[in-house]
Design a protein. Sequence first.
Length: 399
Amino acid sequence: MSFDLDRARRETSGCENRIHFNNAGAALMPTPVVDAMTAHIKREAEIGGYEAQAEAEAAGRLDIHGAAARFLNAGHKEIALAESATRAWDMAFYGAVAGLGLKAGDRILTCSAEYASTQIAFLQVAKRCGVEIVPVPDNETGQISLKHLEAMIDQRTRLISLTHVPTNCGLVNPAESVGEIARKAGIPYFLDACQSAGQLPLDVKAIGCDVLTFTGRKYLRAPRGTGILYVRADFLERIEPPFLDLHAAPLKTADTYEIRPDARRFESWETNIAARAGLKSALDYAMDWDVAAIAERIEKLASQLRQGLEAIPGIKIHDQGKVLCGIVGFSHTRHDPEKIRTELAREGVNIHISYPASTWTDSALRNLPPLLRASVHYYNSETEIERFLNLLEGMTGKG
């Protein structure tokens, strides 16, 4: 069956006046997501915040845990909500530092494409308790080397952390293969799925991770300020949240509390309910389209984009990996990326600049400059890619 591009663009109002190639930053929300959020905000104004929440919960409009569980092939009690993927990841990671008893000499194996916020957390813990942070080398394709990962695991290895898709290029790391190695060695495995959720199918059972996190605002097309944390059921008791409130651990007496037995132990009581209504709608919307079909559509568009960029003199594509996704990182040998981004914005085209500090290890290993990042989604059209390429060639052909 052909992809229904007309429907996708009809239900994406931003397509009317922009070419949005910044989906790895924040994708355009579809009409059902916007409607869910605005309807809830209006209802709060009409009857009150607590009352609107109770009404929405009774109607099933806030069953985000169930929707996220279906999206990930997880259990309902394995899902927690957060205001961002970073906060979700921090809750699990800092909980694991204490719960796993990490100490001086212990090692965390990670990848060269790790995101800056994750690396900062690693560095803080290394400074506090002497844990060693060890990047696993890449293989000849640029993805994490499974051979090196297996060889580097020893009795000191306490955690494996992987970025599925990095922020700066189209690499897709082999998450399931890493999961097989982690399970065989009996080592906890954390997966950052920020850039893959919504553009690639995710099945936590097949991946074999203990923790997975992602944000709503990127390829899932949910509002900003939303994130999901998955924690495998039998891993929950091994980690304790770094902080608690009355939602995560209700008081039993004046001086005792009991931590929730499910993943909601990582949540806070106060939250943006309208944003959660949008997140629920976005999860349902993605599943309605079928993420496998979305992935196929995105791969097709990204391939067209890369082929077009390769034909423009001075352009260098920095994507690597055996499998590529919808994020395209490139630079120009003669032109400043900020100038290019600004000129494209004047023409109604959104792209992003990925600076080396966002993926420090990878950027240092490959000596990467600031990269122009064009990230396509299924609602983008082939015509938009052609216009983008023509504009870029016209701009960079000037001197």
